[in-house]
Design a binder for this molecule. Structure first.
Ligand SMILES: Cc1cc2nc3c(=O)[nH]c(=O)nc-3n(C[C@H](O)[C@H](O)[C@H](O)COP(=O)(O)OP(=O)(O)OC[C@H]3O[C@@H](n4cnc5c(N)ncnc54)[C@H](O)[C@@H]3O)c2cc1C
Length: 431
């Protein structure tokens, strides 16, 4: 018997990071009278976040506002954009201030997770909609006309009508999907199969990021007028840039990007994170202006950053979301924002009353059509070559170019993307 509109649609979300939690929240808020059964599987024993701060720009913020989180977020917004300085010179100078049309919102990552969890447990929508399962590490899945079977590392299995892989850059959902696609392609085109197989793995970008949080009071004591205490800063030098921004009145988030172009393209399992000393950072910014030297006062973690670029985010009953689909470099600070946007489009599609277990693969195609080009646009905004410029006029031009890239955060809002998705949905002939 085929599932009717009254059977609950069984949705498995694998991964409870910002993307997976945002999807859970959107399903809850938009479910209405639609019967849904949502299982959220997280590999860790609780919700966690690695890394320090995160900036949320207008696009994801508009989604959070639509979800009723405006009152909580608005008081945390600071005026002012990102001040960009040329720093590796005896006479450092500001070459541009990137506009933040509605101010800057920098948050500790764990606060973002807590915000989503609070909204999940208290906000509008059925409170028992989401079943959370911890210490459930997905290994692989299989799918057929009847549904998806998830296989976990502990030997257990679970079934669902649709699987959303929100399992981050090392995503086993993506690996399984592209192994499957490769196996199908192998029957006709061995070269394409080889390419598809590779896409299951992220590739190294040749970019390292040294990350830490520093105590603003400690920094104030050694460097009272340090520009990092006042707002968001980008210190630039040859093949390096340091981004600093406050994530609370007393905590400054620091990330120093260092590019090694010759290492680009190596396949990697995930971002690799290793401890590094403050001396490593001091050596990297040797000769740079004093304000960034003073910031380099704490031990750090060194992230070797990888990325994911895919020709499709869905296959049948399975969809990838967030870093699993499009892990990107953090240059315009929007990877998590893009995960939230994925959740916004996918969540609303899955809660449409006429979507059932038997027609959902057509619906997932719309998610792919709408979201993939935007996520790819966001991840294309990287150009380290520009940091090689050396004269003020050249830098002014770079500032203008950066401003136009920055327009991504404001040019349109995800609700317009949803309007396009809904138009495509309304044209579907669903059985
Ligand atoms: C240095 C740096 C700075 C950044 N700064 C910003 C910024 O300012 N603004 C911004 O928007 N973005 C930023 N990003 C990007 C952002 O961190 C990511 O894009 C975002 O966290 C991705 O969320 P996600 O939910 O897709 O994945 P993740 O946060 O990686 O979550 C994946 C979840 O899945 C779980 N999981 C993993 N494997 C399994 C499994 N096998 N089974 C079950 N569960 C599993 C994990 O435990 C985790 O909870 C930055 C990234 C980096 C590296």
């Amino acid at each position: 018997m085929s599932p009717s509109h009254d059977s609950p649609l069984r949705i498995a979300i694998c991964g409870g990071g910002i993307g997976g939690l945002a999807l859970a929240l959107i399903l809850k808020r938009f479910a209405g009278a639609k019967p849904l059964a949502v299982d959220l599987y997280e590999a860790e024993s609780d919700f966690t976040e690695i890394g320090a701060g995160i900036t949320l720009w207008d696009r994801p913020r508009s989604i959070f506002y639509e979800l009723g989180l405006e009152d909580e977020l608005k008081p945390l917004i600071r005026d002012g954009g990102l001040v960009c300085r040329k720093s590796d010179t005896p006479q450092p100078f500001v070459f541009h201030e990137l506009t933040a049309r509605n101010g800057t919102l920098g948050l500790p990552r764990m606060d973002t997770v807590q915000l989503l969890l609070r909204a999940l447990s208290s906000g509008p929508g059925p409170s028992d909609l989401i079943s959370k399962h911890f210490s459930k590490c997905l290994e692989s899945y299989t799918q057929d006309a009847a549904g998806v079977t998830l296989r976990f590392k502990d030997g257990s299995t679970a079934s669902a009508d649709v699987l959303v892989g929100a399992d981050g850059i090392g995503s086993p959902t993506r690996r399984t999907m592209f192994t499957e696609l490769a196996a199908r392609a192998r029957k006709t085109d061995a070269k394409q199969a080889e390419e598809l197989e590779k896409l299951g793995m992220p590739t190294f970008t040749g970019t390292y990021m040294y990350r830490t949080l520093i105590d603003g009071n400690k920094l104030r004591a050694i460097s009272p007028n340090n520009v990092s205490l006042k707002g968001s800063m980008v210190f630039t030098g040859l093949e390096k840039a340091a981004i600093t921004y406050p994530i609370s009145p007393s905590v400054v988030n620091v990330g120093l990007i260092w590019v090694q172009p010759e290492e680009f393209g190596q396949p990697r399992q995930t971002h690799s994170v290793t401890p590094a000393s403050k001396q490593d950072v001091i050596d990297l910014v040797k000769g740079w202006e004093d304000d960034i030297q003073k910031v380099a006062e704490e031990d750090v973690t060194k992230w070797a950053l990888s990325q994911v670029r895919l020709p499709q985010f869905v296959d049948g009953r399975v969809a990838l979301l967030g870093d699993s689909a499009h892990a990107m470099l953090p240059h315009i600070g929007t990877g998590a924002g893009q995960a939230i946007e994925d959740a916004y489009i996918l969540g609303q599609l899955l809660t449409q009353p006429s979507v059932t277990a038997s027609n959902l693969s057509k619906v997932l195609e719309i998610y792919d059509t709408i979201r993939r080009p935007i996520a790819h646009q966001a991840s294309d905004y990287v150009d380290v070559e520009k940091l090689k410029a050396n004269d003020k006029e050249e830098f002014k031009k770079i500032g203008r170019e950066m401003e136009s890239i920055w327009g991504f955060h404001y040019a349109n809002l995800p609700r317009e993307d949803w309007a396009r998705a809904k138009e495509l949905f309304d044209k579907l002939q669903l059985d």
